[in-house]
Design a protein around this ligand. Structure first.
Ligand code: ADP
Length: 264
């Protein structure tokens, strides 16, 4: 049985069972080939994603403006406006982040000054930072780290682990478990991995979850504060570090995503 508290045990990831995401690499080639169509689809998606909260903000504001809101409704409407506006801020933040990462990929050499990054420390810090999120979802969170380090961006790698951990908590059930791993594999390549025993990803969706705005269950994503961009950001950060992503998932059993970096 997993301990309630965060502890350190030796990493043990069943990574030989994981399937490489060849299809993701393929869809990336397509992304370059069919840039214009992708851009158009992205603009349409962004517009739609922004229009939904804006419509409801506008609706609540109009009700109050026209005096059609009863006094006791006003705080409720204000709260909904606040919530929708927060959703928009999160979305715009993710879009800006992706656009920044896109720019970095175009000039890979100058994008960031690589610094020594202790992946085990990044993993532990993420675990600590996500403790409250896990607690709110009644999910236990722990880490099992072995030493792993590389040259890269500490901020971006911390964001990568945070996004994976956030998903592992959000696509889980009360009483579920999430474990963060770091280590060095048999080939001497550093890796991080996030394992959950949550709802899992259907086989036919596994190739698509790294696409922008792709969601298996739109209502669940939105209800838990998702933008549909978290894994697209993970993929970009992994690519900037020359890393490989492996995913293993089964509906009802859980998901493991591992990011393996090139040997130093
Ligand atoms: P979102 O903001 O919707 O979570 P992501 O890009 O982070 O967007 O993930 C895309 C989709 O992949 C999610 O909507 C969800 O359906 C699925 N997904 C991601 N991580 C997990 C996980 N650990 N378990 C189950 N499904 C997941």
């Amino acid at each position: 049985h997993m301990a309630e508290h965060i502890d350190t045990i030796e990493a043990e990831v069943p990574y030989e069972e994981l399937v490489p995401l060849a299809h993701t690499i393929q869809s990336d080639r397509k992304l370059r080939e069919d840039n214009e169509a992708i851009r158009r689809e992205f603009t349409a998606n962004v517009s739609h994603e922004l229009k939904t909260p804006l419509t409801s903000i506008s609706g609540y504001a109009e009700l109050m403006e026209n005096g059609m809101a009863k006094a006791e409704d006003v705080p409720v409407f204000a709260q909904r406006i606040h919530k929708e506006a927060s959703r928009m801020i999160t979305l715009v933040t993710d879009i800006l982040q992706l656009s920044e990462l896109d720019g970095m990929r175009d000039c890979k050499e100058k994008s960031f000054e690589p610094e020594p990054v202790d992946l085990a420390a990044v993993t532990r810090d993420t675990c600590v930072n996500m403790t409250m999120n896990a607690r709110k979802a009644y999910v236990t969170l722990q880490y099992k780290t072995e030493p792993a380090s590389l040259m890269g961006s500490r901020d971006l790698l911390s964001e990568l682990v945070t996004n994976l951990c956030d998903n592992a908590i959000r696509y889980n059930r009360p009483g579920g478990h999430v474990c963060l791993y770091s280590g060095t594999d048999g080939d001497g390549c550093p890796y991080v991995a996030v394992e959950d025993n949550g709802i899992g990803i259907p086989q036919d969706a596994q190739a698509r979850v790294f696409e922008r705005f792709y969601r298996v269950d739109k209502s669940r994503s939105k209800a838990t504060g998702g933008t549909g961009l978290g894994l697209a950001i993970v993929k970009h950060i992994a690519m900037l570090h020359g890393a490989r992503i492996d995913l293993k998932s089964q509906v009802g059993t859980g998901t493991t995503i591992r990011v393996t970096f090139p040997k130093a």
